[in-house]
Design a protein around this ligand. Structure first.
Ligand SMILES: C[S@@+](CC[C@H](N)C(=O)[O-])C[C@H]1O[C@@H](n2cnc3c(N)ncnc32)[C@H](O)[C@@H]1O
Length: 363
């Protein structure tokens, strides 16, 4: 990783924090939507250089947060000597004045006294504590901000972040806020409701085309459907969006979440016996329940088999299915039984459990 950049760079690199497992999808979105060049991908991090740094960075859907890159390394030693490097790199290897200028252009300073916050995340076994790394970062930042700026844990105008992941560290200024990953549409939640960035990644993997009909047969509070409707400009003709669930209460919540986004047809149904014609659907994107979400987890294999069998009936030949499930083995066995071709698999952890997003084509 380039430890620092030349101070004459007109646009500094940026990095995005990504839900682990989704790095390749996020990198694809960054390249396609921002015309950016991806420099490096690490677990949970994508470093890139965009031709322009503007508010379009905040419209990315598969990333959790976006930052201006100050410095980075993949050569941490795990020893306390790293602390002096963190202090020195923060002090000397970043053009903080330029980064702050770009930050203020995208996120204007709120009225009143400007405030700042320091956030340090650390994983891996290091010979120092997170507070020590934080202190080193704070020492490196000394004199970089006007003395009138005050420290604030809440609603700070500027956030300095250092993320240490084993031998890798990235340091920068956060451009996004919590609204990037928590989506304004999500008014109603359910315990099993999907993280929006994962739903967005699944929608990308589905590769929707104009005039497609897309179905989430177990839509819960509608996160996958929302991620389709939330970016209408991506499609020349908006897709026909269908969703349903066995539970009336989550369907009501889905109706509320989707109300302002566009038209989705919602129905109460059993996903293993859908009231839909054979070969009528182009794309299925679905996140069936995980074992621990059902009263009796032993029902999962049967439910998954029924879901795939019925999905195969309604899916057009050439259609795709994108499925996030904990029990990927049953999904694979059922998909093999109906003759679906595997296209891709991404491993993720959902609700603390290993899971996989699998992508299939009906041939
Ligand atoms: C993991 S949740 C889906 C979460 C959804 N993606 C969201 O973001 O809210 C699984 C959903 O499957 C529904 N479900 C379970 N069995 C079903 C069945 N046989 N037919 C339709 N829906 C079912 C549950 O009610 C639950 O809402």
């Amino acid at each position: 990783m380039p430890r620092h950049r030349s101070t004459s760079d007109p646009t500094p690199p940026c990095y995005a924090m990504v839900f682990p497992g989704l790095e390749s999808i996020a990198a694809q979105e960054i390249v396609q939507d921002l015309r950016a060049e991806v420099k490096k991908t690490e677990e949970g991090i994508v470093i890139f250089r965009a031709p322009e740094i503007n508010s379009r960075l905040l419209q990315l859907r598969t990333v959790e947060d976006v930052f201006l890159f100050a410095w980075g390394t993949d050569e941490l030693t795990y020893r306390a000597a790293d602390l002096e490097r963190i202090r020195r790199w923060t002090d000397r290897q970043a053009d903080w004045a330029q980064l702050l200028r770009i930050h203020h252009a995208i996120r204007p300073k709120p009225k009143g006294k400007p405030s700042f916050r320091i956030v340090v995340q650390m994983s891996g076994k290091h010979g120092y504590r997170r507070v020590d790394a934080r202190k080193a970062l704070a020492e490196g930042l000394a004199g970089k901000l006007p003395p009138s700026w005050r420290y604030a844990e809440e609603n700070a105008s500027v956030e300095f972040w250092l993320t240490i992941n084993n031998a890798t560290a990235v340091c920068g200024l956060r451009l996004s806020d919590r609204s990037m990953r928590h989506r304004a549409y999500k008014k109603e939640h359910a315990p099993a409701s999907l993280r929006p960035t994962i739903a967005a990644a699944m929608v990308r993997l589905a590769e929707l085309k104009p005039l497609h009909t897309i179905l989430d047969p177990m839509c819960g509070v509608g996160t996958i459907l929302a991620e389709i409707l939330a970016v209408p400009t991506r499609y020349a003709v908006p897709p026909l969006v269908l969703g349903g669930d066995v539970s009336m209460s989550v369907l009501r919540a889905a109706g509320i979440n989707l109300r302002r986004l566009g038209k989705a047809h919602l129905l109460r149904w059993d996903a293993t016996a859908l009231p839909l014609a054979d070969e009528s659907i182009d794309r299925i994107v679905c996140n069936p329940p995980f074992g621990k979400q059902l009263a009796s987890p032993e029902q999962i294999p049967e439910l998954y088999r029924g879901l795939i069998h019925e999905s195969n009936r309604v899916l057009r030949t050439g259609g795709r299915a994108v499925i996030l499930a904990g029990d990927a083995r049953t999904i694979k066995e059922s998909a093999a039984k109906v003759g679906w071709k595997p296209l891709r698999q991404l491993r993720v952890r959902v609700l603390g459990m290993p899971a996989a997003i699998t992508v299939w084509k009906k041939e």
